[in-house]
Design a protein around this ligand. Structure first.
Ligand SMILES: NC(=O)c1ccc[n+]([C@@H]2O[C@H](COP(=O)([O-])OP(=O)(O)OC[C@H]3O[C@@H](n4cnc5c(N)ncnc54)[C@H](OP(=O)(O)O)[C@@H]3O)[C@@H](O)[C@H]2O)c1
Length: 260
């Protein structure tokens, strides 16, 4: 049985990714930050997928804004080693969304926090996972990136920089790890229907219809399908990007409603 490790999988998109891989018979390792939330979600997944092993870990990326908790990543993989669990697929889904960071207003540490989680911590997870993949003859890594790596939205500079940085990380790792039969790819969602979108009905009612050729946002399952493609099917693909955004990235200007 193959095992996948999915970060940030107590809520939203991470849950859909867990469910996709569990339904396909993968053993599941997942993370969230709060111990109680992780324990509750672990029980829920175990009840829903009684035939696959599910293990949750509480893991925060940072000790403080400036410092990645490298020791926690070391301990996570040491614990997996002790349990005899080899992570064949690593899915880097957790992200600091860096919402509402305004130029001239936010301190530099707010930017550091986002870059540290989305780039530096993810690199740390990749390094520990890839070491085991190399020893086991291969594996693969999938980043949940964003089309904001290419196109900006307001008040999200740190997030956009982090997602751009993540693509550089993805390509560098793909090049350096290919010789160990480790593939590294990225899924680039645009807008995903999460609890955040539902709290913002005005935006949801107007933006997707005008800014995506398909007129709708992705659901978690759309992202999970793309992750699964890279992990389980794309034998000859590495360093690739798969955009799942209803066509949002290729549309130059908003399509206004027709006068009736
Ligand atoms: N939602 C969108 O519209 C959208 C669009 C494009 C790309 N994406 C990307 O898709 C992925 C999933 O998005 P989402 O909206 O489903 O995410 P989300 O609801 O914001 O959940 C993010 C997850 O990351 C974890 N996390 C946040 N900060 C962390 C930290 N400092 N250390 C460790 N874990 C941390 C959270 O843990 P807790 O459960 O403990 O809070 C949570 O499980 C992200 O990579 C995001 O950038 C999302």
């Amino acid at each position: 049985m193959k095992t996948v490790l999915i970060t940030g999988a107590c809520i939203n998109t991470g849950v859909a990714i867990v469910e996709k891989f569990a339904a396909a018979g993968y053993g599941i390792v997942f993370t969230g930050r709060a111990v109680e939330k992780v324990k509750a979600k672990e029980k829920e997944y175990q009840a829903k997928f009684p035939n696959v092993p599910v293990t949750g870990y509480a893991l925060d990326s940072l000790l403080d804004e400036r410092t990645v908790d490298e020791a926690a990543v070391f301990m996570l993989f040491a614990d997996l080693d002790a349990k005899g669990i080899f992570v064949e697929t690593l899915v880097l889904n957790a992200a600091d969304q860096g919402l509402g960071q305004r130029v001239f207003e936010n301190p530099l540490t707010d930017l550091m926090k986002v870059i540290n989680t989305n780039v530096v911590w993810n690199y740390c997870l990749c390094e520990h996972a890839a070491k085991r993949m190399k020893e086991n003859g291969g594996g693969n890594i999938v980043f949940i990136n964003s089309n904001t790596a290419y196109r900006a939205i307001p008040d999200r500079i740190a997030y956009e920089a982090s997602k751009g940085g993540q693509l550089g990380l993805m390509r560098g790792l793909a090049l350096d790890l290919g010789k160990y039969n480790i593939r590294v790819n990225a899924v680039l969602p645009g807008m995903i229907k999460t609890d955040r979108w539902e709290k913002n009905p005005e935006f949801y009612a107007n933006v997707p219809s005008r800014f995506t050729p398909l007129g709708d946002v992705a659901v978690g399952e759309d992202v999970a399908d793309a992750v699964y493609y890279f992990a389980a099917m794309a034998r000859n693909t590495t360093g690739a990007e798969l955009v799942v955004d209803g066509g949002n990235t290729i549309q130059l200007y908003p399509v206004l409603p027709e006068n009736k």
